[in-house]
Design a protein around this ligand. Structure first.
Ligand code: SF4
Length: 402
């Protein structure tokens, strides 16, 4: 989408997450002998954030490196040269329960910022949370359960299931904003409230004062279910989208996923909460629900594919959760549902989920249930930090020695 990489000026930023320009990428290719995507990632860190620039990086490699060949089998990275589906099989069959064990036996023993978060997710998903978690293998956001901002402060987004809140919650949010001098309080596009500019050391007390669960806005996990008011208040509503959205969020919250998962539920095809461009959408119709998957409305815009049409809300929730667990188990790390569905094809997704044999469906449900049983609200860690310095504000050196 957008400008073709060949037309871009050298100072154009290709990877927005890591701030890498086209010129920096070309320099790495010419001066450091880079000729694969994995090497380009390692040298420049491009394509290691949200992954949406991967296509541009590949285009650039194709244009600049004569011997570039698309990797027929995409390996995780140089530290552990296996495709992710192979690694999942290895970890499962060898019953490896820590990132370090996998790196010691099958990798170079130390790993990097590409493979460690991916392996960390793999452990969590495969062992349903029953494993040795290595916090150092995770991104900073996952270590402090908040989203780091450009000035080193953090943002705090409490969970508001289905975008529904109450006067009591709003009062608590207002009290927190005043007590901790929060510089900005912002309503997000996900029907939630973001407290921006928070000091790291204030995080545990803010979570305790809010008394609300984490909205997981900082991690590759379940974000939210955006809902419209549906039959409760809307004249056009034919299904109870608010209840469906709240219930879907409750069933999946606190879980980790290969990339963020945004969902939506609407009470009629007018689609006021944009369910057709969400990773998972529930669309109420007269007498039925459509469950759609793989939608996007970010850098890439994609209309979600129809997974199935069912009669009841419970059937819609069941279909959505089957897809959710299937995505968790089969997508590559940092692969959004829209790329996953395109790669695997919606026909196969349907065959492996909603039209799969009963035993296959039961397996997906059972593993999801186990993960959910062990998943806990990350903000509860504010009471028992994993590490004495987990929430200590680290000042930049120039400030310390000023
Ligand atoms: S999507 Fe339909 S039910 Fe929901 S608010 Fe819009 S018009 Fe009303």
């Amino acid at each position: 989408a957008g400008l073709d990489v060949a037309e871009m000026p050298d100072n154009k930023v290709v990877c927005g997450c890591m701030g890498v320009t086209k010129g920096t990428l070309i320099e790495a290719i010419h001066q450091k002998g880079v000729n694969t995507l994995a090497q380009l990632k390692e040298c420049t860190r491009a394509s290691t954030g949200c992954g949406s620039c991967t296509e541009h990086c590949q285009q650039l490699l194709k244009a600049v490196v004569p011997e570039f060949q698309e990797e027929s089998e995409k390996v995780l990275c140089k530290c552990i040269p296996f495709a992710e589906d192979k690694l999942r099989d290895i970890v499962r069959s060898q019953r490896l329960r820590s990132v370090q064990e996998v790196l010691d036996i099958y990798g170079n023993g130390h790993g990097c910022e590409i493979c460690k978060p991916a392996l960390s997710y793999m452990m969590d998903m495969l062992w349903c949370g029953d494993h040795d978690e290595d916090r150092s293998a995770r991104f900073i956001n996952d270590r402090v359960h908040a989203n780091i901002q450009k000035d080193g402060t953090f943002s705090v987004v409490p969970r508001m299931r289905g975008g529904v809140t109450s006067a009591k919650e709003l009062r608590r949010i207002a009290d927190v904003a005043e007590k901790y001098n929060v510089p900005m309080v912002k309503v997000t596009g996900s029907q939630r409230i973001d407290l921006l500019g928070v000091q790291k050391s204030d995080l545990p007390r803010i979570w305790a004062d809010l008394g609300m669960p984490s909205g997981q806005a900082y991690t590759k996990g379940v974000r939210m279910v955006k809902t419209c008011v549906g039959t409760d208040f809307c004249r056009f509503g034919v299904q109870d989208s608010t209840r469906a959205g709240i219930e879907l969020e409750r069933r999946l919250e606190h879980l980790y996923t290969p990339h963020k998962v945004k969902m939506g539920a609407v009470g009629c095809p007018r689609n006021c909460a944009e369910a057709t461009v969400k990773d998972i959408g529930l669309i109420g119709q007269d007498g039925t629900w459509q469950v759609v998957v793989g939608g996007a409305a970010g850098k890439k815009v994609r209309k979600a594919d129809l997974l199935i049409t069912v009669e009841s809300m419970e059937e819609a929730l069941q279909a959505a959760t089957l897809f959710f667990q299937y995505y968790r188990e089969n997508a590559n790390y940092l692969e959004r549902t829209y790329d996953f569905v395109e790669r695997v094809t919606i026909e196969k997704v349907r065959r492996d989920t909603v039209y799969a044999a009963l035993g296959v469906q039961q397996g997906l449900r059972e593993r999801l249930r186990k993960s959910k049983r062990l998943a806990r609200d990350a903000w509860l860690e504010g009471d028992e930090p994993r590490h004495p310095t987990q929430f200590v504000q680290i000042e930049p050196l120039e400030k310390v020695y000023r």
